[in-house]
Design a protein around this ligand. Structure first.
Ligand code: SAH
Length: 455
């Protein structure tokens, strides 16, 4: 049967799509329903219809799924941040495992996948060490802060995100009260006027150090001393900065950082390694799970102290420094120069000398070093952004013939595509381990081990 826009259908939700949406069938017509979870019986209104499938809006839950839980956050449904909060954590993990497996099978063409059980979190809430809150006004003209609703720039007011630390609220309450007291305007995206754009907060889980960075459409904030005084009431506050962003774009951060008080960075740890983190640095948002992720990557790299290792897409050197503890020498490559500065500082901070960092594109630096200097690799680790690796980079890796490749991925679809390429050219998929870093959301990290087949 075919359905049209505005039709109401009754569905049993039997599956979950890659974005967390519930999937059910009405007379062979597949309907994707956001906010419905596996096991629900629901009614949905068709919002968009194609020939064999459509997208529905959840109208009523006729029978709730046994896997349904009460979301911790009252805004879970509207907010763009979480997609799976209404699903029990156990089922979230099952969903993620299935998602990785599905991609490897369908896109990668793998069968008999050597998959280890997903590594979940002990506490799937309040795990994020970083939050960026947009500041704006509601319809009544009151200053608000919170998160963007899914796919929009409408702010859902919420100072206490269930994924973040409790200090977020303390910071936001103080900054907003300061704005109200001194008539400081939030930035308006439409007019380009107003001062306060975002409030960036970072917290060191192991050190307890707290950072606030005010992203301003300007270089200073009125009554700065009073604001600093009031922020210093919060335990752990060691860094207060301004980020200047006068651009009319939706990029959150500008390039210039001005120190208002304390240090321009906080320090935190993953495993035994300390990292200095500036407002502009990329740092994994869930340090506890990142420790587990990197330990897995280290285990897969099977280092004994004699190996030469390349860590491609190394960011601030997080994985490189982890690997350097067990390897002879590690070379990291990263496209952002400031991240490489952090990487070198972090190496120094930890007294690690067997590393060298290169600024540039992995797909340019690796072939250049290979052709010019005939460099060699026992193990190559890659941790690319969501779009995965350039094919030319994978081709260089194949030419270099490392014994092992460890692939750390935040997007299992591009991971599957890249693994397929490597496994068609002499490598074998030996191990796969998903690690959940992002409870409440559909995102999942995966570590894979590939070994060179002996000829
Ligand atoms: N391994 C790091 C960072 C992973 S995020 C960590 O765990 O913290 C991916 C990184 O790849 C980002 O730092 C991004 O700046 C960088 N990047 C993106 N495209 C790149 C490219 N073509 N070559 C090298 N690095 C790139």
């Amino acid at each position: 049967m075919e359905y049209r826009k505005n039709d109401i259908v009754t569905l049993d939700i039997e599956d979950c799509g890659v974005d967390g949406e519930g999937i059910g069938k009405a007379d062979g017509f597949t309907v994707f329903v956001k906010d419905a979870v596996i096991g629900d019986r629901v009614t949905a209104k068709i919002m968009k219809a194609k020939k064999n499938y459509g997208y529905g809006r959840l109208m009523e839950i006729l029978k709730p799924s046994p896997y349904r839980v009460e979301p911790k956050c009252a805004f879970a449904r509207q907010c763009g941040g979480c997609q799976l909060q209404a699903l029990s954590y156990e089922q979230q993990l099952a969903f993620k495992e299935k998602k990785v497996r599905g991609h490897l099978e369908r896109i990668g063409g793998f069968t008999d996948i050597p998959m280890e059980p997903i590594i979940g979190m002990d506490e799937p809430y309040h795990y994020r060490n970083k939050a960026q809150f947009p500041v704006g006004k509601n319809k009544e003209g009151r200053i608000i802060t919170g998160f963007y609703a899914g796919r929009t720039h409408t702010i859902i007011e919420n100072r206490d995100c269930a994924l973040g630390v409790s200090q977020n609220k303390e910071v936001l309450d103080r900054v907003i009260a300061h704005m109200e007291a001194y008539g400081i305007e939030p930035y308006n995206e439409e007019t380009g006027k107003g001062l306060v754009r975002h409030i960036l907060i970072r917290y060191g889980f192991f050190t307890g150090e707290l950072m606030v960075c005010l992203v301003l459409n300007g270089t200073s904030i009125p009554k700065q001393e009073l604001l600093i005084e009031c922020l210093l009431e919060i335990p752990g506050m060691i860094s207060i900065t301004i980020n200047v962003n006068k651009k009319r774009s939706n990029v959150i951060l500008g390039e210039e950082i001005r120190l208002l008080w304390g240090k321009p960075y906080i320090t935190d740890k993953i495993g035994d390694i300390s990292y200095q983190i500036s407002p502009l640095s990329f740092f994994q948002v869930n340090p506890l799970q990142t420790g587990k992720l990197y330990s897995k990557a280290l285990e897969y790299a099977e280092l004994h102290g004699e190996e030469t290792v390349w860590d491609l897409y190394c960011g601030i050197g997080t994985i490189s420094l982890f690997l350097a503890q067990k390897a002879k020498f590690v070379r990291g490559v990263e496209i952002i120069p400031a991240a490489i500065e952090n990487a070198n500082d972090n190496a120094r901070l930890n007294g690690i000398e067997n590393v060298e960092f290169f600024v540039g594109k992995a797909e340019e630096v690796l072939p250049a070093e290979y052709k010019k200097n005939g460099i060699y690799a026992d193990v190559i680790v890659v941790d690319p952004p969501r779009k995965g690796c350039e094919e030319s980079l994978l081709a260089t890796m194949i030419e270099m013939q490392p014994k092992r490749i460890v692939y750390v991925s935040c997007d299992s679809a591009t991971l599957a595509r890249d693994l397929k390429y490597l496994c068609e050219r002499g490598y074998e998929l030996k191990k796969v381990c998903p690690v959940d870093q992002f409870g409440g959301t559909v995102h999942v990290e995966t570590v894979c081990l590939l070994s060179r087949k002996d000829k």
